[in-house]
Design a protein around this ligand. Structure first.
Ligand code: GLN
Length: 539
């Protein structure tokens, strides 16, 4: 049954990839939420991987993890950061997952002897997935972002599903926003509309008429360009929305408000439009844009060339920086090139160092060297997942004197596996979706740095790992000054380590960066930036 109680908005992309459909979707959702509507966003990805969990960050940027343990597209991170509402498995669907469920059904004999085909069986499964969130009754409006660019072969079943849904739901219940690029030809000194005309036409060949055009542009759209776009693309004049390059993604909701995107949407969906309450959002923006001072943080990882690989960490710094009224200048440092000889030159000027999550051996010795330097030089240190594991190894080697200490991920023969494979992981052979994933409870010891950071002793945080702190070394490490201060209450797994005699040295096995939002900056990032600020003042 087609859902007619929820309103659906589809966001397609034309002309080019990387136009920022996720940010437009999140900004629109923010404007709707700020007018009292319960809005959520979903991303449909036309690739065949079941999820991005097995994708290299070079291919696909960061893998974002939800509370329910889904390994998802990084756009879901934007949705949560903008809306401050958790997403779930239902918010990200790939072609791989669609086909897998159709094939599983076929094997169970549920198609009763029929030939299973792209239309209607794959498109029916897409339509079903689109409506899961709406049918839950939790939302008034569901925004569905279709990955890829219109005209791609792999997007066709999705566009067909949108065509059918729009027909069944009617224009008052479903609308299509087409995000497109208006290129500027400097030789001609002109903005060009032709690529957009063609991509709208490509959509129409599949029977889908765009209702709203959001036009990415480096220059303002003149009246005549807007009129031309409206006329050639069959949309109302007020439904041509300019999306000019912004200095921060957090400006986009306001830019969309000025252009009236929310108004056109609500009018077509026959919903009341109000003045959105963006007070706290704008407070955040004001602080973000007017910092009183600056701290320099080293982000040590192995994917530093790519902004997207550590997306959530970088955004968490923005949230925590704004709350502390400081600009967080992040210096990306490639761990592969860190050696004892250059470590002081690379790190001595920093106000804090974050060692990033990661997998595999490449670059880990540089991470360990960096941790040694900041531990010995009293520079604030924050280790996340692999970063926490490396801190444990560093301490074991250089303080306990276990020079061959390692993680069994990096050296399966190490005599001192201070980080070891989790018991539950030992028998697992498949790679996809098999790590320790999602939200787990963690108890914090009283009178510790971590308990004071959270101001509570019971937290829930998200995980994505196979290896863990080896409890066989806990007493030795604690006696030498590295304390375990957060534990999984059921398994006793160590989730937090800290050095109480250091100004700020905290490692966490979980990923706090997935939970930082504009409305709720993460307490660990807040405290780390505060510590960096203090370090800077002392210098
Ligand atoms: N590779 C490590 C593990 O699997 C750390 C993972 C991570 O940093 N997300 O335990």
């Amino acid at each position: 049954m087609t859902d007619t109680t929820t309103k659906y908005i589809f966001v397609t992309g034309g002309v080019s990839s990387s136009l920022g459909k996720g940010i437009i979707a999140a900004s629109l959702a923010k404007l709707l939420q700020a007018q009292g509507y319960r809005a959520t966003i979903q991303k449909l990805d036309p690739y065949i991987n079941i999820d991005p969990g097995t994708l290299n960050p070079y291919e696909h940027g960061e893998c974002y993890v939800t509370d329910d343990g889904a390994e998802t597209d990084l756009d879901l991170g934007h949705y949560e950061r903008f809306l401050n509402v958790p997403t779930s498995q239902a918010n990200n669907v790939t072609t791989g997952r669609i086909y897998q469920s159709v094939i599983d059904k076929e094997r169970r004999g549920e198609f009763l002897g029929k030939t299973v085909q792209v239309i209607p069986h794959i498109t029916d499964e897409i339509k079903h997935r689109v409506q899961i969130l709406g049918k839950s009754g939790d939302y008034d409006i569901v925004i569905t972002e279709i990955g890829g660019t219109v005209g791609d072969i792999e997007s066709l079943p999705y566009i067909e599903a949108v065509r059918q849904l729009k027909w069944e739901m009617g224009n008052e219940n479903a609308l299509v926003i087409h995000l497109t690029l208006i290129p500027y030809l400097s030789a001609a000194g002109e903005l060009k509309t032709k690529p957009t005309q063609h991509s709208v036409k490509t959509l129409m060949e599949s029977g889908v008429q765009a209702d709203i055009l959001v036009c990415r542009t480096e220059h303002k759209l003149s009246d005549s360009i807007r009129t031309k776009l409206a006329r050639f693309c069959n949309v109302k004049r007020e439904a041509v929305i300019e999306s000019i390059d912004a200095s921060t993604i957090y400006d986009v909701p306001n830019l969309m408000l000025e252009e009236g995107l929310d108004k056109v949407v609500l009018e077509q969906l026959k919903l009341e439009s109000h003045v959105p309450d963006l007070t706290s959002w704008n407070n955040f923006l004001a602080k973000h844009k007017n910092p009183k001072s600056e701290v320099v943080i080293g982000l040590i990882g192995k994917y530093v060339e790519l902004q997207d690989s550590y997306k959530s960490i970088l955004e968490s710094f923005i949230h925590a920086g704004a709350a502390n009224e400081v600009k967080v200048k992040v210096e990306s440092i490639h761990s592969e090139y860190l050696q004892p000889e250059n470590i002081a030159t690379k790190l001595s000027h920093l106000d804090g160092v974050l060692v990033a999550p990661g997998f595999g051996e490449r670059g880990i010795e540089g991470k360990i060297e960096a941790i040694r330097y900041v531990r010995e030089h009293q520079i604030p240190f924050f280790g996340i997942c692999l970063g926490m594991q490396m801190a444990t190894i560093e301490f074991s080697r250089n303080v306990l004197g276990l020079s061959e200490a390692n993680s069994s991920e990096m050296d399966s023969e190490t005599p001192h596996p201070v980080i070891d494979i989790m018991e539950a992981q030992k028998k697992i052979t498949e790679k996809g979706g098999t790590m320790r994933l999602g939200s787990w409870k963690c108890d914090l010891l009283q009178n510790t740095k971590i308990a004071s950071v959270y101001n509570t002793t019971s937290i829930m945080e998200r995980h994505r790992h196979r290896y863990e702190f080896n409890n066989a070394y806990k007493t030795q490490l604690e006696n030498a000054g590295l304390k375990a201060t957060g534990f999984n209450p059921e398994t006793g797994l160590v989730e937090v380590i800290e050095i109480p005699t250091h100004p700020w040295f905290v490692g966490v096995q979980y990923h706090p960066e997935y939970k930082s939002t504009v409305a709720n900056p993460h307490p660990l990032f807040l405290a780390f930036i505060k510590a960096a600020l203090k370090h800077k003042t002392k210098k």
